[in-house]
Every structure is written in structure tokens, then in C-alpha cells.
Design a binder for this molecule. Structure first.
Ligand code: IMP
Length: 215
């Protein structure tokens, strides 16, 4: 089958790699925002992961004239009423302004906010919303969640973001300790993408992701 073009609407090379690996078995010619250096920055201003992913996918599809896939993700902590949620990347921004906070700034702030919260009340989940926008205006969305707990202290060096403090009781380890292969089986992003791949397969069969080019 000829490969159909799909723009991954992110500048984050880590996310591009992760998504490219998960999409490797589909006949797609993957592009990313790095292939479109003149596109304007797209601010994340929505109040939900779904709204942010949809806005990003829609704008990139409109600007490039190609199907676009965007994701928005973050951490929801039960004891904090769902925070930091859509603000996960900017959670500790108050401490480091005007620089964006580092991953470590963010998880340190989280551990401080949860000081005194007992182990049994430290439930959390990673959430990922993926949106696929077609240039004709059609939009498809998929959600993935990964439940866990917030650890009492950081452990592990793999992964990124809040992984060192995200405890997986079934593994007796944090997300930063289990390794990428395990993470890619259970992560919120992998689960959301599994749902979206069904849609992509159907659209490929319908020829709805054209124009196509030789693989
Ligand atoms: P996004 O790039 O706007 O989706 O930002 C998501 C933020 O949520 C990141 O900066 C991380 O702090 C956090 N996050 C999302 N996915 C993960 C993950 O798989 N592990 C750890 N942190 C994550």
C-alpha cells in the first residue's frame, strides 16, 4: 500500500520517537513540526486535555493541508482534586519564572504539596488525549489513562516528567524504573494511541488520508 502522509503535531523529539515507534506497523509517511519550521507556535489554552489536543491537531491540519495527529497529556492527583492536570508541564512555574520549570522542579513541588498525605491516599493517573484532524474538518479523538500512586520519594532514571515519583503497585517500582518497553505497554499515551490506530486503519482503507505517495 502507498504511504499516506501524517503530521505529528509536536516539536518534542521524544514524543515523535515514541509515537513513530507505536505507529511503525501502519503505512504512514510520518512528518513532524520540525518539517514545517515556519509554522507559528500553537499555545495550549484549553481547560481540558481533549480541547488542547483538538486545537493543536486542527490548526496544524489547516496550516499544512495534511492530516495531523496531536496529543496532550498530564498527571491528575486525587488528593489535589485532579491537579496539576492540564498545567502539569507548568506546575512549578511560579518558582522558576520566567523560565519553564524542569521536570525535577515539578515533581519536587508535587512531593512537597503531598507531604503528610498517607500512602493509601496518594492515588493518581496519567491521562493522554490524542486528536486526529483531517484537512476536510473531520476530527477523531481517543483517550488513554494509566493509574498509579505518587511515591513518597523519587526512584529511577528512565522516562521523563513525573515518572520518578509515579509508583506502579503491580510492579513495585516507579515508572522511571520499569524501562521503556514496559512503559510503552501500559502508558496513557500507548493506550490512547491503541484506540486511535483503529481509526487510522479504517481511514487508510477508505483512502481518506490521501494524497498518498509511494512508500
Ligand atoms: P504536554 O507536552 O503538554 O503533553 O505536557 C505534559 C506534561 O505532563 C509533561 O511536561 C510531563 O510533566 C507530564 N507528563 C506527560 N506524560 C508523561 C509521562 O509519560 N511521564 C511523566 N510525565 C508525563
Amino acid at each position: 500500500m502507498a504511504a499516506a502522509p501524517l503530521v505529528i503535531a509536536t516539536k518534542n523529539p521524544g514524543k515523535v520517537r515514541e509515537l513513530a515507534e507505536l505507529l511503525a506497523d501502519l503505512p504512514l509517511k510520518l512528518l513532524s513540526l520540525a518539517d514545517f519550521p515556519d509554522l507559528p507556535d500553537i499555545p495550549e489554552e484549553g481547560e481540558t486535555f481533549a480541547a488542547n489536543a483538538a486545537a493543536k491537531a486542527r490548526q496544524v491540519a489547516a496550516l499544512t493541508g495534511l492530516p495531523a495527529l496531536a496529543d496532550d497529556s498530564g498527571l491528575e492527583v486525587a488528593a489535589l482534586g485532579g491537579r496539576p492536570g492540564v498545567y502539569s508541564a507548568r506546575y512549578a512555574a511560579d518558582r522558576t519564572a520566567p523560565l519553564p520549570p524542569t521536570d525535577e522542579d515539578n515533581w519536587r513541588k508535587l512531593l512537597e504539596e503531598l507531604e503528610g498525605v498517607p500512602e493509601a491516599e496518594r492515588q493518581a493517573r496519567f491521562v493522554c488525549e490524542i486528536a486526529l484532524a483531517l484537512p476536510d474538518g473531520r476530527l477523531f479523538q481517543a483517550r488513554g489513562e494509566c493509574p498509579g500512586m505518587i511515591a513518597l520519594e523519587p526512584r529511577g532514571r528512565e522516562g521523563f516528567g513525573y515518572d520518578p515519583v509515579f509508583w506502579l503497585p503491580q510492579y513495585g517500582a516507579t515508572m522511571a524504573e520499569v524501562g521503556l518497553e514496559v512503559k510503552n505497554r501500559l502508558s496513557h499515551r500507548a493506550r490512547a494511541l491503541a484506540g486511535m490506530k483503529e481509526t487510522l486503519r479504517r481511514l487508510l482503507l477508505e483512502g481518506a488520508l490521501g494524497p498518498s505517495s509511494p512508500a
